[in-house]
Design a protein around this ligand. Structure first.
Ligand SMILES: *[C@@H]1O[C@H](CO)[C@@H](O)[C@H](O)[C@H]1NC(C)=O
Ligand SMILES: *[C@@H]1O[C@H](CO)[C@@H](O)[C@H](O)[C@H]1NC(C)=O
Ligand SMILES: *[C@@H]1O[C@H](CO)[C@@H](O)[C@H](O)[C@H]1NC(C)=O
Ligand SMILES: *[C@@H]1O[C@H](CO)[C@@H](O)[C@H](O)[C@H]1NC(C)=O
Length: 400
């Protein structure tokens, strides 16, 4: 599982020369929203969600194969580890809640899964591009986005046949028509950037790999569209340079650290990726005339939370809640949930902080439930974070 996966980055950072600012466009659509999400009419009435991604949205895919996440993962909401690398709910869980849908079962999870309202193809450590398994003892998931698409394709083709057998299958699989009316969500790309560094590429080389990464991403969106998918909700990637696992493993010069303590070259690479992602989304809207594609600026929301932590009721924005030691409470060989044998007894060494609800970063890599909730609240109440400016509940509407 995640703790055993060595995603360490042994590399020196090369200066970045180009800084591309993230552009969010606003179509000026005025939508009346109340603070109470339950009062918003679910205009689209999405009957299902199909999600593609990495650990930011994995609800049990990786752990279905490699073993359950360690405690204290899951402690805040579920009371036990439930396949999420978080103390509680993820952004995708809050998205499902706000659409009135159940939490998504992981496609790979054979125990207790219920796909009547969607499936989650995300696995922790997933990249968009396939990883070279010869050299990747790297900790990246073998379930890259192309594999997630293959899983989705099989599920789409075969679930209706099985559903028609009736009985329990009728209750566990999506109804006919759900695939077209569903919301297709994507949150992936972060690991493609770190994978480049893992191969000792320079920042310029990592940036040079991004167009191919983006093209591979677009291929999957086109594939889902070809199967009848129409509503897409695409998250950009967060500020990589503000995460403890990155800060811990790069040797940063003073000039590479911004006023908030984040690694600016890494944030610039994230922004570079995001600007190309937004460009391809624009292209996809032209190429896929029946699709509604919403681009969600997760980067700006997460950066706002980290850089204005106190104002929003959070503390220690760059320090992991669950972990042990070092400036960021993160030790790559002793990640959240790590134990030690002391006097013949196994004791939890890398444990949770006292108050995860006041913290942003959970384990040095992932966000806390409190942060995830805050992030979704921003999306729900400020439609300027989405392009087009549209609430989640209306993301089936074609505005561009
Ligand atoms: C994977 O990496 C190994 C070792 O560097 C290399 O020999 C091989 O050609 C690579 N395979 C692919 C498909 O790139
Ligand atoms: C599957 O989930 C749906 C929706 O939550 C529920 O109505 C149904 O009873 C569940 N089926 C089983 C067998 O648990
Ligand atoms: C990257 O560099 C490190 C340190 O020099 C080295 O140990 C590692 O094998 C290199 N990785 C690759 C994939 O070349
Ligand atoms: C991280 O944990 C390992 C294993 O316990 C330990 O040897 C090492 O000193 C720790 N590193 C730091 C910076 O504390």
């Amino acid at each position: 599982m995640c703790t055993k996966k060595k995603r360490e980055m042994r590399l020196g950072l090369i200066n970045l020369m180009i800084c591309v600012f993230l552009v969010t466009s606003n179509l000026g659509l005025t939508v009346a929203l109340t603070n109470n999400s339950s009062q918003i009419k679910n205009i689209c009435e999405f009957p299902a969600i199909f999600n593609f991604g990495d650990s930011n949205s994995d609800t049990g895919g990786l752990t279905a194969v490699y073993g359950q996440a360690l405690p204290p993962n899951g402690q805040t909401f579920f009371g036990k580890p439930v396949g999420r690398f978080c103390d509680g709910r993820l952004v995708i869980d809050f998205v499902a809640e706000s659409l009135g849908l159940p939490y998504l079962s992981a496609y790979l999870d054979s125990i207790g899964s219920n796909f009547s309202h969607g499936a989650n193809f995300a696995t922790a450590g997933s990249t968009i591009r396939p990883q070279n398994t010869t050299i990747t003892q790297s900790g990246y998931s073998p379930i890259s986005l192309d594999i997630q698409y293959a899983e989705y394709y099989k599920f789409y083709k075969e679930s209706q046949v099985v559903r028609n057998q009736g009985g329990v299958f009728e209750e566990l699989l999506p109804k006919e028509g759900y695939f077209t009316r569903a919301l297709y969500t994507f949150d992936i790309g972060q690991n493609d950037i770190t994978a480049g560094y893992k191969l000792n590429l320079t920042t310029e080389q990592v940036k040079a790999s991004i167009p191919d990464i983006i093209n591979q991403f677009a291929k999957v969106v086109r594939g889902v569209y070809a199967q009848g998918g129409r509503s897409f909700w695409i998250h950009n990637t967060g500020p990589l340079g503000c995460l403890p696992y990155m800060l811990d493993h790069f040797l940063l010069t003073a000039a590479q650290v911004d006023e908030f303590g984040c690694a600016s070259p890494l944030n610039e690479v994230s922004q570079y990726y995001n600007s190309q992602l937004e460009d391809i989304v624009t292209q996809l809207r032209r190429d896929l005339p029946l699709a509604s594609i919403t681009f969600v600026d997760i980067y700006s929301i997460k950066l706002k939370l980290i850089t204005q932590a106190k104002r929003h009721g959070f503390e220690k924005p760059l320090v992991a809640c669950c972990g042990i030691g070092g400036k960021y409470n993160f030790n790559n060989t002793m990640r959240c949930g790590s134990t030690e044998i002391v006097n013949g007894k196994e004791i939890l060494v890398a444990k949770s902080c006292d108050n995860p609800s006041k913290r942003i970063i959970w384990d040095g890599i992932h966000y806390t439930e409190a942060a995830n909730k805050w992030i979704v609240d921003q999306i729900m109440k400020d439609s300027s974070y989405t392009n087009p400016s549209i609430p989640l509940e209306m993301a089936c509407q074609k505005l561009n």
